[in-house]
Design a protein around this ligand. Structure first.
Ligand code: IMP
Ligand code: MG
Length: 177
């Protein structure tokens, strides 16, 4: 089978949306310091762009999580592979996500970070697949709502490939002939 990628959200559309989200965040946190938490690896492109689009002082944090379960569906069993290395108590924290699918990862992550006593905790995602939601999550800043399709690019992968595409595409499999 051949992997085929059809462009779904262009580079220009992504840039425009990042500017819109940045403007909303700036308005909500005028003059305040922000702590972005990047959930590796899918969110790195979005966090890099978003953090440069806001004028606030932004601190960057990285977290790596894995969930047990099969490869296409995350489970509620979240294992922290790498935690952020600084306290977030009394800080304005924004979890920056590539995509919210079942919501299981984020539900666990949010509770975990809330327990550390941040001043505020918001969720910002570039993509949202609401049809697939299993765990409820309140999304504060959302880029695009998308249907239940498997997407790649702008950080998102299929078997670790395609993360460096500068657009978001829908992946499908076609018969080779
Ligand atoms: P969930 O919300 O706990 O189900 O997990 C969300 C994570 O699953 C995302 O951060 C991605 O890493 C991955 N994921 C979900 N949907 C897609 C997709 O369409 N393409 C690539 N990765 C996806
Ligand atoms: Mg992710």
């Amino acid at each position: 089978m051949k992997e085929v990628i059809r462009e779904y959200i262009s580079k220009e559309k992504l840039e425009e949306k990042v500017r819109e989200l940045a403007a909303m965040i700036e308005k909500d946190f005028e003059g305040e310091e922000l702590h972005f938490v990047c959930v590796l690896k899918g969110s790195i492109m979005f966090m890099a762009d978003l953090s440069r689009a806001v004028k606030n002082n932004v601190y960057l944090h990285f977290m790596d999580v894995s969930s047990y379960g099969n490869s296409t569906e995350s489970s509620g069993n979240i294992k922290i592979l790498m935690d952020i290395d600084e306290p977030i108590k009394d800080k304005n924290v924004i979890i920056v996500e590539d995509i919210i699918d079942s919501g299981r990862t984020l539900a666990v992550l949010k509770d975990m970070l809330l327990a550390r006593g941040p001043k505020s905790l918001k969720i910002c995602t570039i993509l949202n697949k609401p049809d697939r939601r299993v765990s409820h999550v309140d999304v504060d800043y959302e880029g695009f709502k998308i249907p239940d399709e498997f997407v790649v690019g702008y950080g998102l992968d299929y078997a670790q490939k395609y993360r460096n595409l500068d657009y978001i595409g829908i992946l499908s499999f076609e018969e080779e002939n």
